[in-house]
Design a protein around this ligand. Structure first.
Ligand code: SF4
Length: 448
């Protein structure tokens, strides 16, 4: 972590009526230190700002430094937010993983796409998965002292040599020692394995699950997801896609370990990603096996949750004439399309006046093996939907857009797509109930 820099410690907002407001702090002020402690990052800030009546060294917009005494109780929020929410630069990773998705992007995309973060603070703040390879002993101690939990760990394999090979990092093999330290300190964690055929599957996966299960209950859950392979792998480690038979084996293996974990702890512990069930052509597991959907971000249980939420919301709608006659379209990736189609059929039984066409979008940009809707580009939507009868509206899932922005991964904007396709677009939030509401248009789902 770099030490304090003006840019990253600048106050963006002071909440009116807060302790900081009463002390006269203003946007543009820089907090240099609290009670004499320099701030390495947001965690230092929270730790020291938590104290009763802290004294701040503040540099104002003119560059003049002065002490400010803030009257507040211990534990009371001071009431400021910063221009840089982390108060520090994001940490990049020190690995060169054989399966890295970032390396599988074509050249010429936005610079941020190529940034490889591996920052434990983002794991805590945003749920990112981190490898812990760039963390020194004292940083683990700090994480423990500040109780930064849960920590989401990209495991891949617990065998030292195999992990070093997969992450291409000679320090990657120390993972079990780090996890043990976190376990002993009762820090909660979640694990993830990106499964690569012929590398960390089979008996290696058995060993990984067994090792991580020994850290239960602090290692709370483990997801196993198939490696994403785009068409841009020239010169990269040769990885093969999972076929139906491979996926079946993985699902069976996970189910075997779920039974072990259930017997030992009454908790399934390990989950296979939705993609494995679809590849294996097996039923998506029932809701109870997802135990609170803790690994949704990794594509574990997303389809089951979508189905359950949609059906529950549909069941609540009693009025047969609740909405007018309409024709509309939904576009989604190959993975979710059959499920959305099934749900739309169920909807039409109850609301025959609503006709929904579900369009499967093939990922021509990244290649056919990428089936999730979150990696579909505006260009693919334009090409594949042009000339189609889309009805009066087109619904698109919000994960097709860059987070918080109105553009697709390839920088095509929603307006541009509307112009090309000559249809209004509604962006739909991720819940099954959101989807139903967007179809029935109970309220507008425009997020723009
Ligand atoms: S940790 Fe590995 S997968 Fe993640 S960004 Fe770095 S190289 Fe890529």
């Amino acid at each position: 972590m770099s030490m304090e820099s003006s840019a990253s410690h600048t106050i963006e907002y002071v909440r009116p009526g807060s302790a900081a407001y009463d002390a006269g702090l203003e946007p543009g002020d820089v907090i240099v230190s609290i009670n004499g402690h320099r701030l390495a990052d947001i965690f230092d800030y929270h730790y020291y700002a938590d104290e009763e009546d802290p004294t701040l060294l503040v540099r104002d917009a003119q560059g003049v430094e002065h002490l400010v005494e803030v009257e507040k109780d211990e534990g009371e929020d001071m009431g400021v937010t910063f221009v840089n929410g982390l108060l520090d630069d994001y940490r990049s990773c020190s690995n060169a993983c054989v399966f890295c998705f970032i390396d599988q992007n074509p050249p010429g995309m936005r610079k941020t796409i190529y940034f490889k973060d591996d920052d434990t603070r983002l794991s805590f703040l945003q749920g990112n998965y981190v490898t812990l390879t760039n963390m020194k002993e004292e940083e683990i101690d700090r994480l423990i002292a500040y109780r930064m939990e849960p920590i989401n760990v990209s495991v891949q394999a617990t065998e030292p040599q195999l992990r070093e090979k997969m992450l291409h990092n000679r320090f990657a093999g120390q993972l079990m020692d780090k996890l043990k330290k976190l376990y002993d300190a009762e820090i909660s964690m979640n694990g993830q394995v990106v499964l690569c055929k012929g590398l960390n599957d089979g008996e290696h996966l058995d060993r990984t699950i067994e090792d991580l299960l020994s850290f239960y209950p602090y290692m709370e859950t483990l997801s196993v997801v198939p490696v994403g392979l785009t068409r841009f792998r020239q010169g990269l480690y040769p990885l093969k896609p999972f076929k139906r038979e491979d996926a079946k084996r993985v699902v069976e293996q996970i189910q075997k370990w779920q039974a072990v974990a259930m017997e030992r702890y009454g908790h399934p512990f390990v989950q296979a990603g939705d993609e494995f069930y679809l590849l294996a052509e097996e039923e998506i597991p029932p809701e109870e096996s997802y135990d609170g959907y803790t690994q949704l971000e990794n594509g574990v249980g997303m389809l089951r949750l979508l189905i359950e939420e949609f059906r529950a919301a549909l069941q609540e709608r009693r009025e047969e004439n609740e909405c007018r006659k309409q024709k509309l379209s939904i576009a989604t990736g190959l993975l979710a399309a059959p499920f959305i189609r099934m749900l739309c059929d169920e909807l039409q039984e109850k609301f025959p006046q609503v006709e929904v066409r579900v369009h499967t979008i093939y990922n021509e940009f990244y290649g056919e093996r990428i089936t999730v809707s979150g990696l579909i580009t505006g260009g693919d939507l334009k090409r594949q939907l042009s000339g189609q009868n889309l009805g009066e509206r087109l619904l698109l899932p919000c994960n097709m857009l860059r987070s918080g922005e109105n553009v697709f991964l390839d920088d095509v904007t929603v307006e541009e797509l509307e112009q090309t396709l000559q249809v209004p677009i509604d962006i739909v939030e991720s819940g099954g109930d959101d989807l139903l509401e967007a179809i029935l248009k109970v309220h507008s789902n425009h997020v723009r």
